[in-house]
Ligand binder design. Structure first.
Ligand code: SAM
Length: 289
C-alpha cells in the first residue's frame, strides 16, 4: 500500500498518477485480485484493483452516467439489462434510475469487491442492492452469457477491468458471439475500452472483434479525470446502426420520460450526441464503416 502516505497507480510503466492517502480502509487479496480501498486527500474514497484505479467518489459520476444513460436512452425502451463487472454498484444504481427498466442482472466475478464496496463505498450504489428489479450474481460474465437464453436482454453494459487477468475473457470472440445471441434485434452492448491516448490497442482490437458479431461498431468518449490520458472510450456495438445516431430531441424526450433529465452531473442530451463525434486520434482506431 502507500509509502510516505502516497499510492502510485501502476497501470503504465513510465507514467502515472498518485494519490495522497489519508486513511487506508481495506486491503484484501481476493481469489481474483488485490483490492485496496483508501481515503484520499483529493478524490474522496478510492478503489484500486491490482494497482489500477477503478473508481473514486469524486469522479465516478462521469463514467457511470455515460456508460449507462447513453445505451439505455439510445435504445429507448430497454427493459432487460445485463451488467457485467461493476462490482461497486454504480452502474446498477444508474440503470435502475430508468423507470422503464424491469430487470437488471449484474454479474460480478469477485464477491469481495461487492462486499467491500457495500462496506466502504456505500454512496456509489445507494439502495440499488435492494431494488426488487436487481438480481446480483457473483460469477464469471463469460459463463453467464454462455448460458443466457437467446434475445433475453435489450442492453449489455460491461464495466470490467482491462483485458488482463480475469477481465480478459470479456474481450474475446466467444464473449461477443454470446452477447450478440442473447441481445434482442435492437440490442446494444457497451464496454469500458480504456484511454486510447495510452491504450489504443484495446479500442482497436476489441472493436475489430465486435465487428465480427455486430453490424454497427463505434465508440463514444467521456472525460474521466482519474482515467489518466485524456478521453476514455466506451466501446459500442449494436444490431441497429440508427441507435448511435438517435436525434437530440428524441434523446431529450426519452430522458424526461425515463426520469433521468436533471438527475445528472455529466450526461446531458447534448453531451450524449456529441460524445459520438470522435477526434481523429481516436476515430482512426475504429473499423472503417
Ligand atoms: N470503472 C472501472 C474501470 O473502468 O476500470 C471498472 C470498475 S469495476 C470495479 C471492474 C470489475 O470488473 C471488478 O470488480 C472485477 O472484479 C470485474 N470483473 C473482471 N473480470 C470479470 C469477469 N470475467 N466477470 C465478471 N466480472 C469481472
Amino acid at each position: 500500500m502507500p509509502t510516505d502516505n502516497w499510492i502510485n497507480e501502476t497501470l503504465y510503466p513510465d507514467w502515472g498518477q498518485r494519490f495522497r492517502v489519508t486513511r487506508e480502509l481495506a486491503r484484501v487479496q481476493s481469489e481474483f485480485q488485490d483490492i485496496a480501498i483508501f481515503e484520499s486527500a483529493s478524490h474522496g474514497r478510492v478503489m484500486v484493483l491490482d494497482g489500477v484505479i477503478q473508481i473514486t467518489e469524486a469522479d465516478e459520476f462521469v463514467y457511470q452516467e455515460m456508460l449507462t444513460h447513453v445505451p439505455l436512452l439510445a435504445h429507448g425502451s430497454a427493459r432487460n439489462v445485463l451488467i457485467i463487472g461493476a462490482g461497486d454498484g454504480g452502474v446498477l444504481r444508474r440503470v435502475l434510475q430508468h423507470s422503464n427498466v424491469e430487470r437488471a442482472v449484474m454479474v460480478e466475478i469477485d464477491g469481495e469487491v461487492i462486499r467491500l464496496s457495500k462496506q466502504f463505498l456505500p454512496g456509489i450504489a445507494g439502495d440499488a442492492w435492494t431494488d426488487p428489479r436487481a438480481n446480483v450474481i457473483v460469477g464469471d460474465g463469460i459463463d453467464y452469457v454462455k448460458r443466457a437464453p437467446d434475445a433475453s436482454f435489450d442492453a449489455i453494459i460491461v464495466d470490467s477491468t482491462d483485458p488482463i487477468g480475469v477481465g480478459e475473457v470479456l474481450f474475446t470472440d466467444e464473449f461477443y458471439h454470446n452477447c450478440a445471441r442473447i441481445l434482442t434485434d435492437r440490442g446494444v452492448i457497451v464496454n469500458q475500452c480504456g484511454v486510447p491516448f495510452m491504450q489504443a490497442d484495446e479500442l482497436r482490437e476489441t472493436s475489430l472483434r465486435r465487428g465480427n458479431f455486430f453490424p454497427h461498431v463505434t465508440a463514444y468518449v467521456a472525460a474521466v479525470p482519474t482515467y489518466v490520458g485524456g478521453f476514455m472510450t466506451l466501446g459500442w456495438a449494436a444490431k441497429d446502426a440508427s441507435l448511435a445516431a438517435t436525434p437530440l430531441e428524441a434523446i431529450r424526450a426519452r430522458a424526461a420520460a425515463a426520469g433521468i433529465a436533471g438527475a445528472t452531473n455529466y450526461w446531458t442530451p447534448e453531451i450524449h450526441v456529441g460524445a459520438f463525434n470522435l477526434p481523429p486520434y481516436i476515430a482512426r482506431h475504429l473499423p472503417k464503416a
